[in-house]
Design a protein around this ligand. Structure first.
Ligand SMILES: [Zn+2]
Length: 163
């Protein structure tokens, strides 16, 4: 993804109040982040592990989401709906995003199972196992990166959509 400034990150939040956006902690290591290795950029609030943030590029804009989980440690293995990694299933939790605008103010939310630390970009880039297309690791990774981009963008659009 393209690099973003702290101001751009704060301005991207679509489901946070002005105050929540202003008080959001910034992602760690922002100054020397390898942006090209990220399809989404997510981070957990160091002061509140039930709260996380993720910035998702969509076709039109970069959408920042405030996510909450009631249970920041996974109860049982699950597949993350963004990276769909079948190996890293231990640290997947239910995250809920308030819908943007009036829907969110009325309590409407969208939930999905995601890696608790939002490390999906790294999982999408792992080398394939023997049964996963080890003969063409580049194609395996490209396919998974494309899938992550597509699914995360669609989630962001669901949060944004008014219906
Ligand atoms: Zn994931």
């Amino acid at each position: 993804m393209q690099s973003l400034t702290p101001q751009q990150i704060r301005a991207s939040f679509v489901n946070a109040s002005r105050r929540e956006a202003a008080q959001a902690p910034l992602p760690p290591h922002l100054d020397d982040l390898a942006w090209e290795d990220h399809d989404v950029l997510g981070w957990v609030d160091p002061k509140s592990p039930r709260r996380a943030y993720v910035v998702v590029p969509t076709g039109e804009r970069v959408v920042g989401l405030l996510l909450r989980t009631t249970n920041p440690s996974a109860q049982r293995p699950a597949i993350c709906t963004w990276c769909e990694d079948v190996k890293e299933t231990e640290d997947v939790v239910l995250y809920v995003a308030k819908r943007a605008g009036a829907a969110g103010r009325n309590g409407d939310t969208v939930g999905t199972l995601l890696h608790a630390d939002l490390s999906c970009s790294r999982h999408a880039r792992r080398r394939p196992g023997r049964s996963e297309g080890a003969g063409d690791p580049e194609a395996f990774i490209a396919r998974r990166v494309a899938g992550l981009r597509d699914r995360s963008a669609r989630f962001a659009e669901r949060v944004l959509r008014a219906d």
